[in-house]
Design a protein around this ligand. Structure first.
Ligand code: ASP
Length: 310
């Protein structure tokens, strides 16, 4: 039987009381998304369709920082970023600083398929979504009570300290969702979607929308979706790096992921995580944080749904 495989993530970073209090809900959300996606793989859907569907599901779940439930910029606005890539023809699509589009991952897919470009941003991206009649929502749809409270806490901390506190000294708050899949025809795909980092500057673009940093898929090697501090994934071009280590150094998927996060980036004081699948359907989750929300399943691997290290 031809192998099928999928992994999804709901972000890597520091633990929090909220996460501890909602372990059940997080796991249920991950389980629902992966079961729906896995059923699609079993029915013969393409890896790209499956990745898009899994991410859409997580974007609609307010627990995750993507789509509805995205974090807020310093101007208290939601600006979202997403990308998707096919392993078989290296086609990809990405959208940055997107507002009002209910599912940025769907927009990224449409940019890949219906334009001669790869990357659209801001007003032009939203305009294209409107042209395609993708579901649009008012600003209020995306802003959850939890994210607003988090924004307010940060704002108060900055005010109380008379702006003395550098943004870097604040508690790290960020999140993302992502998916990688191998379909029945042996094609790989990867996708990532995020609301970005809490209280970031207006106009900040996340690694999650960057091909090579946040998302990469190549049928010769693997499909990767990253999470953590986006600026680090940009500096280390993480997702492509994994593929390159396999292609140029002959490393296995597991070795490449371990090497990059735990050895190459060991000296970095920053949150980094990723999920990946190779052409044989091997699945890997690698992270240096206290938690990464994740789920995996393949034709030879029973469902795993985890938040903390195993
Ligand atoms: N990488 C995302 C960003 O920098 C955040 C995350 O994955 O937690 O926007």
């Amino acid at each position: 039987m031809t192998k099928i495989a999928i992994a999804i993530h709901g972000g890597a970073g520091p633990d929090s009381d909220f996460i501890k209090q909602h372990i059940k809900e997080y796991k249920e959300g991950l389980k629902e998304a992966i079961n729906e996606a896995y059923a699609m793989l079993e029915q013969g859907s393409s890896a790209t369709d499956v990745v898009e569907a899994a991410i859409k599901n997580l974007e609609d779940n307010t627990l995750f920082n993507a789509g509805k439930g995205s974090s807020l910029t310093e101007k208290a606005e939601v600006e979202m970023c997403a990308s998707i890539m096919n392993g078989f023809d290296l086609k990809c699509g990405a959208a940055a600083i997107v507002k009002n589009v209910r599912n940025p991952i769907r927009l990224a897919r449409q940019i890949m398929e219906k334009t001669k470009h790869i990357y659209l941003g801001s007003i032009g991206a939203a305009e294209f979504a409107r042209e395609l009649n993708l579901p649009m929502e008012p600003d209020a749809y995306f802003i959850t009570e939890r994210q607003f409270e988090s924004y307010e806490q940060t704002r108060k901390k900055l005010n109380d300290n008379g702006q003395q506190l550098a943004i870097e000294q604040l508690e790290k708050k960020h999140g993302t969702v992502g998916a990688v899949a191998l379909d029945i025809r042996g094609n790989l795909a990867a996708g990532t979607s995020t609301g970005g980092t809490d209280f970031c500057r207006q106009g900040r673009i996340a690694d999650s929308s960057m091909i090579g940093a946040g998302t990469y898929a190549n049928n010769d090697t693997c499909a990767v979706s990253t999470t953590g501090e986006g600026e680090l994934h940009m500096q280390y071009v993480t997702a492509f790096h994994i593929s390159a280590l396999m292609e140029y150094k002959g490393m296995s998927l597991r070795e490449a992921c371990h090497f990059l996060i735990q050895e190459k980036c060991k000296h970095i004081n920053g949150d980094m995580g990723l999920i990946a699948v190779d052409t044989k359907g091997n699945l890997v989750a690698e992270f240096n944080t206290s938690r990464m929300h994740r789920a995996m399943k393949s034709s030879t691997q029973d469902l795993i749904v985890e938040i903390y290290p195993k």
